[in-house]
Ligand binder design. Sequence first.
Ligand code: BGP
Length: 487
Amino acid sequence: MKIDFPKDFWWGAATSGPQSEGRFNKRHANVFDYWYEIEPAAFYDQVGPDTASNFYNSFKEDIAMMKEIGLNSFRTSIQWTRLIDDLEEGTVNEDAVRFYNAVIDECLAQEMRPVMNLFHFDMPIELQHKYGGWESKHVVDLYAKFAAQCFRLFGDRVTDWFTFNEPLVVVDGAYLYQFHYPNIVDGKKAVQVAFNIALASAKAIAAFRDTNPNPAGRIGIILNLTPSYPATEKQDDLVAARFADLWMNEMFLDAAVKGKFPQELTDTLMQDGVLWQATEGELELIAKNTIDVLGVNFYHPNRVQRPDVSSDSLAVDWLPTKYFDGFAMPGRRMNVDKGWEIYPQAMYDIALNIRDNYGNIPWFVSENGMGVSNEERYLNEEGVIEDDYRIQFIQEHLYWISKGIAEGSNCFGYHLWTPIDCWSWGNAYRNRYGFISNNIHTQVKTIKKSGHWFKGLAETSILEMPDWLATKWDTIGLELETAQTMI
Ligand code: BGP
């Protein structure tokens, strides 16, 4: 089977500053840099972000390798902790300006579109300690100042900007479920942080409208959209799935695209006594500064059932899981290494949801991918990792994206997480996602089979896949429990 994608489709991959650059010459520490300093055992194998994949030093060679596998676009993020010298004044660091200019110019020289994100979980630790990070509206203003500097410095050459990556993960990780520093469990603060980030995104968009020098420029936000599928059609499960969608998807999506939060959600938060503090002026600012484009990170679906009334979530502080529980779908296909269900058809559901409920806004898949541990298992005699499972994973997701496009959804690209195996938060280098492997001891980088395969796709915009993958997708793999046996 051959499927045509639009000729100008973005074929690319995404990383972030804190996960790729390393701390070289960086003026400030972010929350993860700091957390690693005080508690290295919280990170897989005690590997921290100090070197990451050495992008600060090897960006030229890295971008050349990305070019070699055909990428026409590449997302990374500008680190607040690198670009800004004085966090209150918003003055810039000259070495950082030189570095990001060089990265952007190198991408353009290689005819690769640089896509820039402004926040990827990397709150400066000083602002976390002094003001509580996103708990503070003063920090919201400092972030908008940083964003304005980015547009002013790089907006002549960068046309595609994103204000945040996965804001929900900051809320969940740092304020509810304890996987991001400062590891607080505080429902009321979590809800305020969600509002403050939506406000920060709108303020950055306002700054963009004022200061961006490039008429071709456009700005958006990157959201992890995990469609909620109820365990059964019973009323309790449907109600649970509805709240999960409100919290996990619509809260940020509605604010970004429609300029307002879902009433159903604010009613519930109000009734539970946790609704955020917001002024009329702030709500107006959110209403006026909506996005031009949307990035969607999708890894796995969210299977939902009514909450277990005996669960801890009722005993402690307010948690959104008071309204829903997760559910292991019988017969599901799993990436057992990562512990995530594989359900490519969700891409189609996302595409149609955006088409039907969000004004068919232009969007792209800003992250999708398969984290697998110990990929050396698949090394062949030539020293290439034969990651056929990743190729199949991408094919299946693209198949469902193409169906969405054929039915009118406005999807303009696909980015894999990630071009080169990179460091990742608590998981460090446990899950490898890249088209290109990285030996973290020597920093030797080698293209995997998927990278060579992707080149053909990126050059032709024609997806070739075995017919059975598309036609029997729902019956294959149900019994499979390991990544390597997916094919
Ligand atoms: C996404 C994040 C990325 C990256 C990816 C893989 O949610 O945007 O930053 O971390 O997940 O994560 P992990 O390596 O922890 O499996």
